[in-house]
Design a protein around this ligand. Structure first.
Ligand code: HEC
Length: 187
């Protein structure tokens, strides 16, 4: 309910009520895709951590995350991405819109909003084409800290850096906004 209130406010300020109403179904769709994305990624991560520990799980993240995104894109017709102000994989770097949304979410969190509820939608124009954009914050949970926290073990860090020499995605605390799901669909 909270998320919805925050979202409606964002929409009213950016485009007025009538359009806000029309965007509801797309927003729901985006939310559903985020759920499915997470629903596929989390078990893979858990399974990998259990069977081979974090060093093995890195390989799973490396291969599986982009693969799940590609499969869901194919299935839904949306473009799927995970991004952050501090990315591990440079291919996940935020564009201008995503940067602004991430900064907005950081502000909202600083003002006391629960990151779990942070969502933002907007219709923008890209190369003359109207595009619906959906963003949802990804909070940092305890399980994430092994690979994104302040005390990533030395051997693990070494392994991470061997895959991602430009890694910036450590130093997170529980409850921090780790990043966003960022999806878009041409209208
Ligand atoms: C086993 C180590 C590991 C764990 C545990 C882990 N991650 Fe990651 N994370 C990675 C790797 C590796 C990547 C890069 C994936 C890629 O190449 O797209 C990544 C990328 C990401 C990204 C995409 C943006 C970026 O930095 O490239 C987000 C968002 C993210 N992780 C969130 C989380 C969250 C939230 C959790 C906890 C639920 C978590 N991660 C747990 C290793 C991990």
């Amino acid at each position: 309910m909270l998320a919805r209130t925050a979202l409606t406010v964002a929409l009213i300020s950016s485009m007025g009520m009538a359009q806000a109403e029309n965007l509801q179904p797309l927003q729901q769709e985006g939310r559903q895709i985020a759920k499915e994305f997470l629903g596929q990624l989390k078990p893979e991560l858990k399974k990998a951590m259990k069977s081979g520990g974090p060093a093995h799980a890195i390989e799973v993240c490396y291969k599986k995350a982009p693969q799940i995104a590609a499969e869901l894109s194919e299935k839904t017709g949306w473009q799927l991405k995970r991004t952050s102000l501090k990315v591990r994989n440079p291919n996940n770097a935020p564009d201008e819109w995503e940067k602004q949304v991430l900064q907005r979410f950081e502000q909202q969190k600083a003002q006391g909003t629960d990151p779990k509820t942070l969502e933002y939608v907007e219709v923008i124009e890209e190369n003359g084409q109207k595009v619906f954009r959906y963003a949802k914050a990804i909070p940092t949970g305890k399980v994430c800290l092994v690979c994104h926290g302040t005390q990533v073990s030395e051997p693990l860090l070494k392994k991470i850096r061997s895959y991602y020499p430009e890694d910036q995605a450590t130093g997170f605390q529980p409850g921090d906004i780790r990043g966003i799901f960022s999806f878009k669909k041409a209208l």
